[in-house]
Design a protein around this ligand. Structure first.
Ligand code: B16
Ligand code: MG
Length: 219
């Protein structure tokens, strides 16, 4: 039986991806860079600075930015993002997630968050879900972002649980790769085009059923 579930935030618990997209798009427009939703798929699960680097790479004609300039740009994006998430509330929890968290808690299996977002604890609070979690890993606790396994191993280490006893749930290709590299069981949420490397794949969050995940893990 597994001992720990590690949940990604954006795309699994709530859909903040749209707000990240809008905030990055606003910043990119100010820099004269255009990018679309399809490119945004590549930014899912990628931390703030790495996301900025990928966006700047879209326009090779831009001058090279110093680290300080990039920090200012990243901060500006975050200000736009914070404005957008101000109105986040429990109605923004994705379908099936609260039922899953309840079943998870009732089974005495530990619960952690594994998010690349520095805003993760504040968003969990706005959603009213903080009480379910035994441990939170956000960007402030890790050096190497997804697809490095550190986000997931940090949660397991903090709760002193062996990696093969952990299940990670992710919507991003980078996140599923991170879970697999951590030697944990990966549950992907989304389509096979991005997530064929997941050990168990469901189409959307409403298909995340606790008993089904356990059954797949035990196979
Ligand atoms: P922040 P997750 C990730 O969240 C997002 O998917 C990604 O698009 C974002 O750039 C990253 O958090 C950093 O967020 O700017 O708030 O620190 O999917 O790992 O929960
Ligand atoms: Mg995600």
């Amino acid at each position: 039986y597994p001992k720990l579930f590690i949940y990604d935030l954006d795309g699994v618990i709530t859909d903040t991806a749209e707000f990240h997209f809008l905030a990055w798009q606003k910043l990119a427009e100010e820099l004269g860079i255009s990018f679309d939703r399809q490119f945004n798929e590549q930014l899912k699960g990628i931390n703030r600075m790495d996301s900025l680097d990928r966006i700047l790479e879209l326009d090779p004609s831009l001058p090279a930015f110093s680290f300080e300039e990039k920090e200012k740009l990243a901060t500006r994006k975050n200000e736009y993002y914070l404005e957008l998430i101000e109105s986040v509330n429990p109605s923004h929890i994705l379908p099936g997630i609260e039922t899953l968290l309840k079943a998870n808690k009732d089974s005495n299996v530990k619960i952690a968050l594994g998010s690349a977002s520095k805003n993760a604890p504040a968003i969990l609070d706005k959603l009213g879900l903080t009480g379910y979690f035994d441990y939170l890993v956000d960007a402030s606790k890790v050096e190497k972002g997804k697809p490095d396994p550190e986000t997931f191993t940090t949660a397991a280490d903090a709760l002193e649980i062996a990696y093969p006893d952990c299940i990670g749930i992710e919507d991003s290709a980078a996140g599923v790769e991170a879970i697999n590299k951590a030697n944990m069981f990966s549950v992907g949420v989304g389509d096979a085009a991005h997530l064929s490397h997941a050990h168990y794949l469901v189409e959307d969050t409403s298909a995340l059923i606790f008993e089904n995940i356990i059954e797949q893990y035990q196979k």
